[in-house]
Design a protein around this ligand. Sequence first.
Ligand code: ZN
Length: 404
Amino acid sequence: MPFDYIPPLLQPNGKKIVLLVMDGLGGLPLEAGGPTELEFASTPNMDRLAAEGTLGQTIPIRPGITPGSGPAHLALFGYDPLHHPVGRGVLSALGVGLEVRPGDVAARGNFCTLDANGNITDRRAGRIPSEESVPLVEKLAQIRIPGVEVEVRQVKEYRFVVVMRGEGLDASLVDTDPQKTGVPPLPVRPATNSPAAARTAELFNQWVAEARRVLAGHPKANGVTLRGFATDPELPRFNDAYGLKSACVAVYPMYKGVARLVGMDIIAFEGEHPEDEFAALAEHWDEYDFFFVHIKKTDSKGEDGDFEGKAHIIESVDAALPKLLALEPDVLMITGDHSTPAKMRSHSWHPVPFLMWAPETVRPDAQTRFGETACAQGGLGTFQAHDAMPLALAHAGRLEKFGA
Ligand code: ZN
């Protein structure tokens, strides 16, 4: 755990570190022997940095494990996701911009179809389209439960998120989705003997009963199930762990949410292109010494199976990069949180390309292009993503030697 051995070694200085994450950066060739998306893209700036720096590839969670973006980012921030689990309800809430503070209880919700006897006939309410579920979520959002505040937000299609906020709540609750049809949704039940969990279960059951009431009559979405109950995991603070003042530049709520979870400041800005993000960073350059910059669309194009589209997004980041380099960061890491090969149209377990550029201290390798093949032969080898932060701190001269 870096949080055990790093803090005693910290020696703060003014050096600045930038972590540039292109979501789902890692890819695959469409056919044997062909280039990956990153290799297909024309990236003169990143190639120059690759030649001057050291390449490697990261394992986000463990070999063979396909990560979600939440845990994959925590890993890049130095939090081994196996030792710092974040509940699904919390990640879903962050994904739609709902804040989950310590003590709040977040859950993922599904609309479902119930028959006249209250038994589930479809666990996903016929996968109703978002146009149909948005007005239903609005109805749910109007439900009031005495003593607590409840926020509800649409995720996509039949999925939504609920966050309950109030005194003395406990997220130790059991999922209500029975995972089969022909039976009613389970009641919300406490997973422990805690009286707070029992009370929280009761409050959620009141909410579910109200939800059934306001949804009654809808042909498909006339019931709900809840799962993934969770609260803010109260992770070690990023700034304390690394002696840094950190900020996040991201367009999508999920990534701001994960950054907020570890205590980073969130920089507000207009626009959504890489140059807008780099401009936001430039504007706040003097206020922070660590910047996490997130580019979303590489992952979206990968999920769409759009090989060339993903390459074009990478090219647009490369084209904007001089704006970032003009700020003269001391350490620049360029990587992804996981792989999203367009060929697979999904996240994957493959290692992730990683570029470490630090003009003062970096040991160059033989690689001159930023791409998967080069990264697999790079000087950093293959390493755990949660080891990237200590490397960056070392290159920034922020770590004293360990022992005499
Ligand atoms: Zn991701």
